[in-house]
Design a protein around this ligand. Structure first.
Ligand SMILES: *Cc1c(COP(=O)(O)O)cnc(C)c1O
Length: 368
C-alpha cells in the first residue's frame, strides 16, 4: 500500500497567499493555474476541482491531451495551451474543444485560422513573444510583421499576449528585467500597429513571488501552489505532498553488513531494519533538476547518489511518527530503514517527503 497524500488545508493556505499577493501589485492580476504534468503531480482533475472551489478558474497546460482531458471531464473553464503547435490534427482538437491556443509562429497562426474557418468559429488565442527563452514565440523584432499577419486573419482574436522567463530564479534581477523590457516594448509596437495585446502575462511562480511590478494583467502559477519554489520562500508557502507506505519486512543485520547496491553503507553495529516498498520507480528520492520533469532513471540515480555521496548525508523518513534513516542506496522498488531500538511491526506506517511532480502518476493521490 502506498499513497501520495495532499493536505487540503495546506494547499488552501498556499492558494490564499497567492491570491492575496496577486491582488497586491499595481492592480489585481488574474491567476492562471498551470496544470501541466498531471497538475504538478497533484492529480489534474482533483487539483482543478480544488482550485475552482477556491476561486481560481483559468487553467493552463502544456499538452493538447491535457486540455482535452479536462474538457472530457466536464471542465468548461478557460484553458490556455502554453505550447504553440503547428500540427493540424492538434489544432483541430484545440479549436473543437474551445481551448485557447498559443500562437508562436506564422505557420501556427495560419493553421489556427484555417481550422477556425473550417469549424465556423472565431478562436480566442494568446500571442507568444520570445523575449529570450529561445523556445516558442515570435521574436521582438518581428512585431510589425506579426501585426499585419494578425490583421489578415479574420477568425482569430488575440485575448492575451505572453512571454516566458528563462532565469526568474537567478540571484539578481537583471536577466528578468531584460526580458520584461523587451516584452513591454514588443507590446508597444503591436499597439502602434493596431493590435491590442489583451491580457499581458510574463510571471511564473518565481517572478510572481519576487517582482510584484511584473505581475501585469495575469500571472502563471504552478510550483508556488505546491510551496516548492526555486526562490526563497518568504511568504510562508507550505510544502505540499508526502508519500505514505507500510513496512513489508523487518529484520536484524549483524555488525559490518553491507546494505544496498554498490556497498555504500555498512552497519557499524547490530542493526534492526525495516523494508519499505518505495523506490526510484515511484519517483521517490529523485531530485528535480530545475524545470525538468521526466529524466531517465539512470540519470536520476546518478545525480541522487552523487549528491548524497558528496554531502555524506542521510535521507530521513518517519516511522510511526519518529524520524528514521534510510540506509544504503534507494533501489528501484524498495528502501531499507534503520529502526534499531524502535517498536515497529509489519504494516506500520512510514511517511516520506516527496515532490508530487516526480511521483509516478499510477500511485493514487489522496486528498485529506
Ligand atoms: C510551467 C510554466 C509556468 C509555471 O511555472 P512555475 O515556475 O511552476 O510557476 C508558467 N509558464 C509557462 C510557459 C510554463 O511552462
Amino acid at each position: 500500500m502506498k499513497k501520495l497524500v495532499i493536505e487540503r488545508e495546506k494547499l488552501k493556505h498556499n492558494i490564499d497567499i497567492i491570491k492575496q499577493l496577486a491582488r497586491s501589485g499595481e492592480r489585481a492580476a488574474e491567476i492562471i493555474a498551470v496544470l501541466k504534468g498531471n497538475g504538478y503531480g497533484l492529480d489534474i482533475l482533483k487539483f482543478a476541482d480544488f482550485l475552482i472551489e477556491n476561486g481560481i478558474d483559468f487553467f493552463a497546460v502544456s499538452e493538447v491531451q491535457e486540455a482535452v482531458f479536462l474538457r472530457e471531464n466536464g471542465f468548461d473553464n478557460r484553458i490556455l495551451l502554453l505550447s504553440s503547435t503547428g500540427i493540424k490534427e492538434e489544432i483541430e482538437l484545440i479549436v473543437k474543444n474551445d481551448i485557447i491556443p498559443t500562437i508562436g509562429s506564422e505557420n501556427t497562426a495560419i493553421a489556427v485560422n484555417e481550422a477556425a474557418k473550417k469549424f465556423k468559429k472565431v478562436v480566442h488565442a494568446h500571442l507568444k513573444i520570445d523575449t529570450g527563452f529561445g523556445r516558442f514565440g515570435f521574436l521582438p523584432d518581428e512585431m510589425e510583421k506579426v501585426a499585419s499577419l494578425l490583421k489578415s486573419l479574420d477568425n482569430i482574436i488575440i485575448t492575451g499576449t505572453f512571454s516566458h522567463l528563462s532565469f526568474s530564479f537567478a540571484k539578481d534581477r537583471q536577466n528578468v528585467q531584460i526580458q520584461f523590457d523587451k516584452f513591454l516594448k514588443s507590446i508597444e509596437i503591436l499597439k502602434q500597429n493596431g493590435i491590442e495585446p489583451g491580457m499581458r502575462h510574463i510571471a511564473n511562480s518565481s517572478a510572481f513571488l519576487r517582482f510584484s511590478d511584473m505581475h501585469l494583467d495575469a500571472v502563471r502559477i504552478g510550483s508556488a501552489f505546491l510551496g516548492r519554489v526555486a526562490v526563497e520562500n518568504v511568504y510562508g508557502l507550505k510544502k505540499i505532498g508526502y508519500l505514505k507506505a507500510s513496512i513489508t519486512e523487518i529484520k536484524e543485520l549483524p555488525e559490518n553488513h553491507f546494505i544496498g547496491y554498490a556497498n555504500t553503507y555498512k552497519t557499524a553495529k547490530r542493526t534492526k531494519t525495516a523494508i519499505v516498498p518505495v523506490g526510484y520507480k515511484d519517483g521517490f528520492g529523485v531530485e528535480k533538476a530545475k524545470d525538468i520533469f521526466r529524466w531517465i532513471d539512470i540519470l536520476r540515480y546518478i545525480y541522487h547518489d552523487l549528491k548524497l555521496f558528496l554531502s555524506s548525508k542521510f535521507i530521513y523518513v518517519r516511522v510511526n511518527g519518529i524520524r528514521a534513516k534510510i540506509l544504503g542506496r534507494i533501489s528501484m522498488y524498495n528502501i531499507v530503514v534503520d529502526v534499531t531500538d524502535m517498536d515497529v511491526q509489519i504494516g506500520d506506517e512510514v511517511i516520506l517527503e516527496a515532490n508530487p511532480i516526480l511521483i509516478e502518476s499510477s500511485i493514487s493521490r489522496e486528498y485529506v
